[in-house]
Design a protein around this ligand. Structure first.
Ligand SMILES: Cc1cc2nc3c(=O)[nH]c(=O)nc-3n(C[C@H](O)[C@H](O)[C@H](O)COP(=O)(O)OP(=O)(O)OC[C@H]3O[C@@H](n4cnc5c(N)ncnc54)[C@H](O)[C@@H]3O)c2cc1C
Length: 500
């Protein structure tokens, strides 16, 4: 019998995507299945942004068997309970998109339905009161869940902020300890096999060639193999998500480490603020059609908590994805595969899901086209569903103070999102479709937070009397307030558990 097993895997790129791929393949396949080589160029370096995550990252750490405190120490990490959105729905307005759920669903009816009933009576102005994550974030508190029976403290959803450069280094030592071989140098050419156009090897600047059965392209936006050699093509979404540049700058850390990412909308985009132990990461994402680099830099620098620690850096990007993520014997991960702007910190998750979906379709040397087609279809759906959620933030706004916001309010949006907004506007109902990343709580948080006004509430909420609804919601609110009070400050929690 012919041996069709993949014996030789070459990963091109040593940014977050490359080292996540290396660590995952080394962990799952073990040392003896195939040799794994990772090529990266110190001259080119990594993109070095991408420092906020979503709770699914904990699953990735667990899959690798990584100790969370060790990971936090190594990456100067902090914890994240959600995102605070400032000036998005309208200027001066703030809302919080928390991880986890609001309240509890009761009698088979979603919590949102009961909340909206009281909200529309003017009795429940602030939905944050029913989210432990939002209330803890408000007072800069954090702890991991404990075994506390039915208390909200038994279920605390969180993610991480970390230093992207340190994260790549951390995963590198993990992967090298499991047999991955790192090769430093610049790739100058990609050789394709004459008979079928599969990738045969990559050619290094010193003339040497690295051959492989399978190539994982993690070379960043350039898509060295997937695009430059295999011409996968690109689906461009700039008509829906017009921001195309970011200016990034770290600044000195402040006394309070907020356990959340802040996203502040400006005239033609928005600014992120990500607190780490040793510094705060900041960046201004904007649309070059409506703002120059100079103006974007000035706005960013005028809105920092502390002194800048480096020169501001410009990062141009294009929103969309390769028409095919996997072509022949090359699969693209990370920025080489696609990018949706960083508003909801989804890019690292897309690497994670790309890797786990790829492992469920792991090829042999025959590279069955049906497997490849399925992978490409599923990944495209992942990207599209996230895209729609991000568009919502821009489109559902009352802002009309700049040409950029006028454009976003009036632009055409995908029909699936338009339907979600119509459904919400009628009775305030929000759903997770199929297996999409963002659940009903996230859709509700952002639609409500962006000031979309439902005409009524879900009629099924009347399965409970008004008196009982008031009393149960008051009870939940109290349990959440008490739980938030009980939690230590974010800074103390880090000091005691995972100070770098
Ligand atoms: C402005 C911005 C903000 C972001 N914020 C977030 C966030 O908050 N959360 C999140 O999840 N994601 C975020 N992302 C996305 C995140 O940064 C990326 O998904 C992540 O860093 C992965 O990057 P990468 O490894 O694909 O690419 P890169 O970091 O660019 O790595 C590319 C690698 O390829 C190598 N390489 C390239 N060409 C060659 C060559 N010719 N020879 C040899 N080696 C080569 C480079 O040396 C490098 O090692 C953000 C992205 C941007 C642009």
């Amino acid at each position: 019998m012919t041996d069709n097993r993949i014996r030789n895997i070459v990963i091109v790129g040593g940014g977050t995507a490359g080292w996540m791929a290396a660590a995952t393949l080394a962990r799952i396949l073990g040392r003896d299945y195939a040799s794994i080589t990772l090529i990266e160029s110190d001259d080119i370096g990594i993109i070095g942004v991408g420092e906020a995550t979503i709770p699914q990252m904990a699953t990735f750490n667990r899959m690798l068997g990584i100790d969370e405190n060790e990971f936090m120490r190594a990456t100067q990490g902090s914890f994240k309970l959600g995102i605070q959105f400032v000036n998005w729905g309208r200027q001066g307005h703030t809302y919080f998109h928390p991880f986890g759920k609001y309240g509890v669903d009761m009698q088979g009816v979603s919590f949102h339905a009961y909340f909206l009933r009281l909200h529309q009576l003017g009795e429940a102005p602030d939905v944050d009161l029913w989210s432990l994550q939002a209330m803890a974030a408000r007072s800069n508190k954090f702890m991991r869940a404990i075994d506390a029976g039915r208390s909200p403290l038994s279920d605390i959803a969180y993610a991480f902020h970390f230093d992207a450069g340190l994260y790549a280094r951390f995963l590198r030592s993990y992967a090298e300890a499991r047999g991955v071989v790192r090769c430093e140098g610049k790739i100058v050419d990609v050789k394709l096999r004459g008979e079928d156009g599969f990738v045969q090897s990559v050619v290094m600047e010193n003339g040497s060639e690295v051959e492989g059965d399978l190539f994982v392209d993690c070379s960043g936006f350039r898509g060295l193999i997937i695009e430059q050699a295999l011409q996968a093509g690109f689906t461009d979404w700039s008509q829906y998500l017009p921001c195309d540049r970011a200016i990034a700058v770290p600044c000195a850390s402040v006394e309070t480490w907020t356990p959340y990412t802040r996203s502040t909308a400006h005239k033609a985009g928005w600014q992120w603020r990500i607190p780490l132990q040793h510094r705060t990461g900041n960046g201004h994402v904007f649309c070059s059609e409506f703002m120059s680099d100079d103006e974007a830099t000035a706005i960013l620098l005028a809105n920092l908590d502390g002194a800048p620690l480096a020169e501001p850096r410009t990062v141009p990007f294009r929103t969309g994805h390769r028409n095919q993520f996997w072509v022949k014997n090359c699969v693209a991960m990370g920025l080489a595969g696609g990018f949706i702007e960083p508003l909801e910190s989804t890019a690292i998750w897309l690497i994670q899901s790309g890797l786990s979906r790829f492992l469920t379709m792991f090829p042999d040397k025959q590279f069955n086209q049906a497997d490849i087609d399925r992978y490409n279809r599923i990944m495209a759906t992942d990207y599209e569903e996230i895209r729609d959620f991000i568009i919502l933030h821009y489109h559902a706004t009352e802002r009309e103070d700049s040409p950029f916001w006028e454009h976003c309010r009036n632009m055409a949006i995908p029909e699936r999102l338009a339907e979600k907004m119509r459904v919400f506007r009628s009775h305030g109902r929000a759903f997770r479709e199929n297996e999409e990343l963002f659940n009903d709580t996230s859709w509700f948080a952002v639609m409500h937070g962006q000031l979309l006004q439902p005409q009524g509430f879900d009629p099924v909420a009347e399965v409970m009397s008004l008196e009982e609804t008031r009393s149960r919601l008051a009870h939940i609110r109290e349990a959440i307030a008490n739980s938030a009070d009980y939690m230590p400050s974010h800074r103390d929690f880090i000091r005691e558990n995972c100070a770098a």
